[in-house]
Design a protein around this ligand. Structure first.
Ligand code: SF4
Ligand code: SF4
Ligand code: SF4
Length: 240
C-alpha cells in the first residue's frame, strides 16, 4: 500500500461495475479465486495487503485470536460475502455487462496509485481506505486478536474458502497439508502457532488436515519439531 490498494479493493470492484468498468480488483480477485483451486488460500498468507496489515499489528501488539468463540463468529464473513457478491453482480447486470471494458487503474486512468492526480474522488478514496477500512481492520486485530478480520469479516477470503472446499471435495492434486499422527507428541505448539486460530493439534489427531479456514501459511509446519506436518501436492484420500 498505497500502490496496491486500488487493485485489491472490495469497494472499487463494485463502483466500477456500476459504471460498466471491469476493474483491476475484479481481475485480481478472479486470479485469487482460480489460484485457490490449486494452492488454497495461499494468497491470504502471502499476497494480501490487509493480511499483512494485521500481521504487522500483531508484531507491535501481540494478541492471540480468541479461539473459544471463533466458530460462531466465523459465520459472519459469509453474510458479508453474500451482500458483497450481490453488489458485485448487480452493477454489470444493470449496465448489461462491462460495457466500458477493462480499466486497470479505475477510478484514475493513467494513475496506477490513484495518488498523483489529486482530485475529490482520490482524497475521498484515501480517507475511505486509510481512515475507515484500515481502522476497521486494525480494530478487529486489537479487539479480537491477530487475523480476526480474516476470520470473521473478510468477504474476499470467502472466495478462497469456496475454492478450497472445491479442491478438497474433488481431491485432485493441489497444495495442502498432510500430517502423521504417529509422530505427534501432543505438545500443541502447532495450535498456538496457527495465525487463523485453528486447533491444528486436533486436525493432526483426526488425520484430516483439510480445513477451509487454513491459509496454508506454514506456521504449524515450521513450529512442529517432530516433522509431523508437511506440505504436499498429490491425490488425496479423505474429504474435509
Ligand atoms: S481473509 Fe481477506 S483480509 Fe485476510 S488475508 Fe485473506 S483476503 Fe486478505
Ligand atoms: S507441534 Fe507437532 S508434535 Fe506438537 S501437537 Fe502439533 S503436530 Fe503434535
Ligand atoms: S493450520 Fe497451519 S498452515 Fe493452516 S493457517 Fe494454521 S498455521 Fe497456517
Amino acid at each position: 500500500m498505497p500502490i496496491t490498494f486500488n487493485g485489491m479493493s472490495p469497494v472499487l470492484i463494485v463502483m466500477g461495475g456500476f459504471e460498466g468498468y471491469m476493474t483491476m480488483s475484479f481481475l485480481i480477485f478472479a486470479i485469487w479465486f482460480i489460484s485457490s483451486l490449486f494452492v488454497g488460500r495461499a494468497y491470504c498468507a502471502y499476497g494480501c495487503q490487509w493480511g499483512a496489515t494485521q500481521e504487522l499489528l500483531a508484531y507491535a501488539v501481540p494478541k492471540q485470536l480468541d479461539a473459544s468463540k471463533k466458530k460462531k463468529r466465523r459465520k459472519i464473513k459469509y453474510i458479508v460475502f453474500i451482500i458483497w457478491i450481490v453488489f458485485v453482480a448487480l452493477g454489470p447486470i444493470l449496465t448489461l455487462g462491462y460495457i466500458n471494458g477493462f480499466s486497470p487503474f479505475y477510478p484514475t486512468p493513467g494513475d496506477p496509485t490513484g495518488l498523483i492526480s489529486w482530485n475529490e474522488l482520490n482524497i475521498g478514496q484515501l480517507i475511505f481506505y486509510f481512515g475507515i477500512i484500515s481502522s476497521v481492520v486494525l480494530l478487529f486485530g486489537l479487539v479480537g486478536g491477530n487475523r480476526s478480520f480474516c476470520n470473521y469479516a473478510c468477504p474476499m477470503g470467502v472466495l478462497g474458502v469456496i475454492g478450497t472446499k472445491i479442491m478438497n471435495l474433488l481431491r485432485y492434486p493441489a497444495l495442502h497439508l498432510e500430517a502423521d499422527p504417529e509422530k505427534c507428541t501432543q505438545c500443541k505448539e502447532c495450535s498456538k502457532a496457527c495465525v487463523m486460530g485453528l486447533d491444528v493439534h486436533e486436525l493432526v489427531d483426526s488425520g484430516n488436515m483439510y480445513n477451509a479456514d487454513c491459509i496454508l501459511c506454514g506456521s504449524c509446519v515450521a513450529t512442529c519439531n517432530q516433522d509431523t506436518i508437511k506440505y504436499t501436492w498429490k491425490w488425496r484420500n479423505r474429504r474435509s
